[in-house]
Design a protein around this ligand. Structure first.
Ligand code: ADP
Length: 178
């Protein structure tokens, strides 16, 4: 499913984010930028150890923020490591999830990227309920497209791994953009 919001194409699709042909791939990171399981593990396997080494040089990214680092062997130019909240543990989960997504899009623009792919940040190991998280993630994307004066992105792709995740995001996006 794809909609144009203020000159940016926003697409919701099912798949493996490491296969996306985009300038920047967003990782669901933790503050210490240690890539373990989930989508981080998939990105690390596809992009090689270089990605973790680059993360170790930076060492830290605050909750709700995002940092763009080179993408190793991936086709993308950058991996943007976004730190979403651990549900039930970190403070202000809604604000921090929103900011993690919004700041990822900002970092992509700062690096002159035209296209970016994002996963469902915080909804895996970090345990954010999918229904709530999908609304917050999509709200940040829609707000960025509608309101951010710096936005030069041509394409934003939200890539969902599971069938259910894809259905939830698709329905939510449809309702939010009617
Ligand atoms: P977090 O720790 O922020 O919850 P996870 O990596 O555990 O991050 O999960 C975030 C989302 O990424 C989950 O919905 C998970 O199913 C999904 N995911 C896992 N592997 C991939 C992949 N290769 N491509 C896209 N999404 C993925």
């Amino acid at each position: 499913m794809e909609k144009i919001i203020n000159n940016t194409s926003v697409k919701i699709k099912q798949g493996d984010i490491t296969k996306e042909k985009v300038d920047a791939i967003v990782n669901a990171a933790n503050s210490h930028l240690k890539m373990g399981g989930g989508v981080a593990g998939a990105i690390r396997r596809a992009g090689g150890e270089e990605i973790q080494k680059e993360c170790d040089k930076i060492g830290y990214c605050p909750l709700g923020d995002a940092v763009a680092i080179n993408a190793g062997k991936l086709d993308a130019k950058y991996v943007i490591h976004a730190v979403g909240p651990r549900y039930g543990i970190d403070p202000e989960p809604e604000k921090n999830l929103y900011n993690a997504v919004y700041n990822s899009l900002k970092r992509a623009v700062e690096k002159n990227c035209n296209s970016i792919a994002l996963p469902a940040i915080s909804t895996g190991i970090f345990g954010y309920p999918l229904d709530e998280a999908s609304e917050i993630i999509l709200r940040a994307i829609i707000d960025f497209c509608e309101k951010d004066a710096q936005n030069t992105l041509e394409q934003i792709v939200v890539v969902l791994f599971g069938d259910k995740d894809f259905e939830v995001f698709k329905d939510k996006f449809d309702k939010m953009t009617k």
